[in-house]
Write a protein that binds this ligand. Structure first.
Ligand code: ADP
Ligand code: MG
Length: 685
């Protein structure tokens, strides 16, 4: 297979250049022909020499008329090459390029692209690229056309790379077999694949380039969606060892003790989840809903269904504080039902942990809440039926898989309060079923978001406390280390307690406190024994105190939109009007944009879309292993329409009854070729 050959063996490459190419991710001939231009330069227009301005970058066509070498004391020798067209003369100044004397010989015709300067009466260029005209006009690749610009690395020159790609395309690309070509060409009205590859490197004009681009993006996305479709189908094929039945021995009493009714939106998603759990195939579902939409009770209903069927349930969350809060809540809600709930978190003693693991294994614990500690070795279940992962975007793909593997094909429910923009939902979570809680419980007060100076903010805080409400003051420094963040929060805490709010009860909560302390502070805040909670961004997720109506965010200019929205989601949970107060200097463009968005909307989906636009898909998910594919050409935001189309065709293709064995094997080969055994970017719920 020619296309898998190492580029080293291409003419003119050799081991050294191959090493440089490898730095660009180019190892094989295939890599080379799919190393697409990062941009283009339009060098189609040629200028008459007399019209070239001082400081201009442009192209000319001329003939060499003379050469001279000038010796100076400092330099070895400077080569000057004189060229002429009908309108005037230009001098090329060549430093350390003596070899050009043999190439740009008198009489030779060239096209030249460069930066020009007018010195006295003379036009000069010392920074240029040239191409010799040999009579046939066709094969110009560096000049007099739309010229591809490639990403480079030190030691690799653009002209070399461009020529190499051109030569390789000319020689080999016609033999390239695109395994999927026919399957999608029929369905999507696309141009020829091989034509597209040639065109994307050396386009005839912009329209043709666009056509080629669409074709190649289509191919790339299609393959990706095929992989997702395969994965989804694969899960659907697995049979669970156990299927839940709706017994209601726990669910009915649970509903009766709840102080509220489920919203229609909650009912809808509970039905979707229950129907998955009663199916013979494992559930693999994403539950999304804005902050405060009430995902926890939905998860709880699912956990109870598992427990009333004699299975165990687990809920994993990203922070200890959230684990604690869930644990406190669950214990309270489930106490009347005689269900055993327990907590496993990092800060616990060895002995305590060992005891819990033992009981978990023996099936004495029905529901366990915990952090990453749950995925460690030594944590085993008796009969794990349901895995719930809360705020799942804070976990990596592998961590989710590890937890799932603690059971034998358990049902899996992942929850997120960062609404995933549709663009990403189709890619990163393309193999999951999705349930959306589309509306929050009624009767909540609205949230007013404002920018204020500190003094003004503190006045608001007092006002609300006087009304009997409670407040968060978040003191984060995103760029600094966690311990610096905590220091800042502690300092602030002392100041607030002593100088600003001496008559109020102020508490502090941060990640480095002992488990017991955290629990005490949390409980105090819940029980209204604290008026103000000073904290770091660890409370971003989950915390749920209805009486809190003010969220003051210091340094808010330094936060991403998702974090700001999550923090704001901590208030507005009761019936009172709430206030989100942003403090900070909004000088940078992006910070201003974020502030604008925060002030304009409370809609988590809109905010997520904007966040994605501002930061791009990689950043949007933070540093976690997010499961985005590496793309060579497509852009999942800009080319969203194509993604949708490929998804439709990919899923349809696999469902086609008359898919021949030949087609099937071609699809598998194509997937293997593109992703190899390294399919781990697929999100494993
Ligand atoms: P999130 O979706 O952000 O995880 P929570 O599950 O923490 O939201 O719920 C937010 C708050 O709304 C909690 O105090 C919860 O008790 C309350 N809640 C949940 N469902 C309802 C409902 N149907 N009616 C009224 N309040 C509800
Ligand atoms: Mg939650």
């Amino acid at each position: 297979m020619m296309f898998k050959n190492n580029v080293q063996y291409l003419k003119g490459v050799g081991p050294q250049k191959a090493k440089l190419l490898e730095k660009l991710g180019v190892k094989t001939v295939y890599d080379l022909i799919t190393y697409f231009p990062k941009e283009y330069e339009d060098r189609r227009q040629l200028k008459a020499i007399s019209k070239v301005q001082d400081g201009e970058e442009t192209s000319i066509q001329a003939q060499v008329v003379n050469q001279k070498i000038i010796y100076t004391r400092k330099r070895n020798g400077i080569l000057k090459i004189f060229l002429k067209d009908n309108s005037g003369e230009v001098v090329l100044i060549c430093f350390n390029q003596m070899y050009l004397a043999d190439i740009l010989k008198t009489g030779v015709h060239v096209v030249l692209h460069g930066n020009f300067e007018r010195k006295l009466t003379q036009l000069e260029s010392s920074n240029f690229t040239y191409e010799i005209l040999d009579g046939s006009d066709n094969d110009l690749i560096h000049t007099k056309r739309i010229v591809p610009i490639y990403g480079l690395t030190k030691g690799l020159n653009i002209k070399f790379l461009r020529s190499l790609i051109k030569k390789t395309l000319d020689k080999y690309v016609d033999n390239f077999q695109n395994m999927l070509s026919d399957i999608i060409k029929h369905e999507a009205n696309l141009c020829d694949y091989i034509w597209a590859i040639k065109e994307i490197h050396f386009p005839q004009n912009w329209q043709e380039k666009e056509k080629a681009y669409r074709r190649l993006v289509f191919d790339e996305f299609f393959l990706f969606q095929l992989a997702l479709a395969f994965k989804k189908k694969g899960i659907k094929k697995i049979k669970k060892s156990f299927t839940c039945r709706l017994k209601r021995t726990l669910l009915t009493p649970f509903r009766q003790t709840l102080p509220f009714d489920f919203t229609p939106a909650q009912k809808k998603v509970i039905n979707e989840i229950f129907s998955d759990m009663q199916s013979i195939h494992p559930m693999n579902r994403l539950l999304q809903g804005d902050v405060g939409s009430g995902k926890t009770v939905v998860a709880l209903a699912a956990l109870l269904l598992a427990v009333e069927n004699g299975r165990q349930g687990v809920i994993m969350v990203p922070t200890e504080i959230l684990a604690m809060q869930h644990y406190i809540n669950l214990e309270k809600m489930l106490a009347p039902l005689k269900i055993r709930v327990d907590l496993l978190a990092g800060g616990m003693g060895k002995r305590e942990k060992r005891k819990i693991c033992q009981e978990l294994k023996e099936g004495k614990i029905d529901i366990i809440v915990g952090t990453h500690s749950l995925i460690q070795e030594g944590v085993d279940f008796f009969q794990l039926g349901l895995v719930v992962i809360d705020e799942q975007h804070k976990f990596g793909v592998n961590q989710r898989a590890l937890l799932r593997n603690k059971g034998l094909n358990p049902d899996v429910l992942v929850m997120t309060a960062t609404p995933i923009p549709r663009t990403l939902a189709l890619t990163v979570y393309g193999d999951l079923d999705v349930s959306t809680i589309s509306e929050s419980p009624k009767g909540r007060g609205k949230i007013i978001t404002q920018c204020m100076k500190e003094k003004q903010a503190y006045r608001k805080v007092s006002e609300e406390i006087e009304k009997g409400r409670q407040c968060y003051i978040v003191y984060p420094l995103v760029d600094e280390s966690e311990s610096l963040q905590i220091k800042a929060a502690v300092k602030m805490f002392e100041k607030l307690k002593k100088d600003v709010f001496p008559t109020y009860k102020v508490g502090i909560l941060h990640g480095q406190m002992k488990k017991k302390e955290k629990k005490t502070v949390m409980e105090k805040f819940v029980e209204k024994e604290l008026d103000i909670l000073v904290t770091t961004s660890i409370i971003e997720v989950g915390i749920d105190v209805n009486n809190a109506t003010v969220m003051v965010i210091e340094n808010s200019n330094r936060f991403g939109l998702s974090t700001l929205h999550q923090l704001r989601g901590r208030i507005g949970r009761g019936k009172h009007t709430s206030h989100c107060i942003l403090i900070g200097e909004f000088k940078a463009f992006e910070a201003r944009r974020r502030r604008e968005v925060m002030l304009a909307t409370n809609d988590g989906f809109k905010i997520a879309e904007e966040d994605l636009r501002l930061r791009g898909p990689g950043e949007f998910f933070g540093t976690q292993q997010h499961g985005l594919p590496e793309l060579k050409i497509g852009n999942i935001i800009i080319d969203f329409k194509i993604m949708e189309k490929t998804r439709e065709i990919a899923f349809k293709t696999l469902e086609r009854v008359n898919l021949t064995d030949f087609e099937r094997s071609r699809i598998k080969d194509a997937l293997w070729e593109r992703f190899g055994s390294n399919l781990k970017w697929l999100s494993v719920g």
